[in-house]
Design a binder for this molecule. Structure first.
Ligand SMILES: [Fe+2]
Ligand SMILES: [Fe+2]
Length: 168
């Protein structure tokens, strides 16, 4: 049986992942309004991935006979004026999620919850990848600055992103 404290933290992480998803969907809408469909596509793929992350925790809880306790989501609050700002905020969000995942891992170890520890190893690797991806795009954006042809080139590149979300 899963411990109450662990169950609460997993429910809270489900919320955090869905909250991330909501932010990326908001960014996607903003990029649509800027006529940058490739960026919008990339953000929507990221939205799917975050839903997938939330569902990984959800399914983990279900499989362990835990109780799902879904929490409120806030409207994504962001003020962005440039693509660079969107990726700066995305990086900040990913860093916060990384911190949460590491804290969860500490708790899983402390509570001797081996199944959760195992699940979290995947998330620890995933966060390294996500931060790296966002940082690379941010570096490209810094290099491009306000060059329209550079921006179009990057938009085309991001349009090709396929989701590696598994759905589980
Ligand atoms: Fe995530
Ligand atoms: Fe993420």
């Amino acid at each position: 049986m899963i411990k109450q404290k662990v169950q609460e933290e997993i429910n809270s992480q489900i919320q955090a992942e869905f909250q991330s998803a909501y932010m990326y969907l908001g960014f996607s809408g903003w990029f649509e309004s800027q006529n940058l469909p490739g960026f919008a596509h990339w953000m929507k793929q990221q939205w799917r991935e975050e839903i997938d992350h939330g569902m990984k925790f959800y399914n983990h809880l279900i499989r362990r006979d835990g109780e799902i306790d879904l929490q409120n989501l806030d409207a994504p609050s962001f003020t962005i004026e440039t693509p660079q700002e969107a990726f700066e905020q995305a990086l900040e969000q990913e860093r916060n999620i990384t911190k949460r995942i590491h804290k969860l891992y500490d708790m899983a170890k402390y509570e001797d919850d081996y199944p959760l520890e195992s699940l979290l190893l995947w998330f620890i690797d995933e966060q390294v990848e996500e931060e790296d991806q966002v940082r690379q795009i941010l570096e490209d954006l810094k290099r491009i600055k306000n060059d329209p042809s550079g921006m179009l080139f990057l938009d085309k590149k991001l349009a090709n992103r396929n989701s590696d979300a598994s759905g589980e």
